[in-house]
Design a protein around this ligand. Structure first.
Ligand SMILES: [Zn+2]
Ligand SMILES: [Zn+2]
Length: 125
């Protein structure tokens, strides 16, 4: 694994922030001034193909990258805020209804986050 791939992987696996490629780039740029954004994208794609990181897509937002340990996500439909949460593992329940073997599943729960909810309530006053 390249030096950059290792640093990117470490950053993602230790982060709870669901970073975008640009955020990862700006963080690593501090210690690697020669780094270019294309390198970050190439390494992210490679790490994703190797199943070492997860990619989280929300329509209309940049892709975010995530650690692989099992957890679920809450997504704010207004501002796109993404937060992790750990719900019971549903694999067995889902598996009971399928003939194909489940490799993994992604659960994204759409909601309106407290900040956006406050704004909407204020706008209605
Ligand atoms: Zn929000
Ligand atoms: Zn996550």
């Amino acid at each position: 694994m390249s030096k950059y791939a290792e640093q990117i992987l470490n950053l993602i696996q230790s982060s709870r922030e669901h970073l975008t490629a640009e955020q990862i780039y700006f963080r690593l740029k501090q210690s690697c001034p020669k780094l270019v954004l294309a390198t970050v994208y190439n390494n992210l794609n490679q790490l994703h193909r190797q199943n070492r990181i997860r990619k989280i897509s929300v329509e209309g937002r940049p892709e975010r990258y995530d650690r692989t340990d099992r957890h679920d996500h809450l997504v704010c439909v207004r501002c796109g805020r993404l937060s992790g949460l750990r719900l019971p593992d549903l694999t067995a329940q889902l598996q009971a209804q399928l003939s194909e073997e489940i490799l993994s599943y992604d659960l994204k729960i759409n909601c309106i986050c407290p900040d956006c909810m406050t704004k909407e309530t204020e706008n209605q006053l």
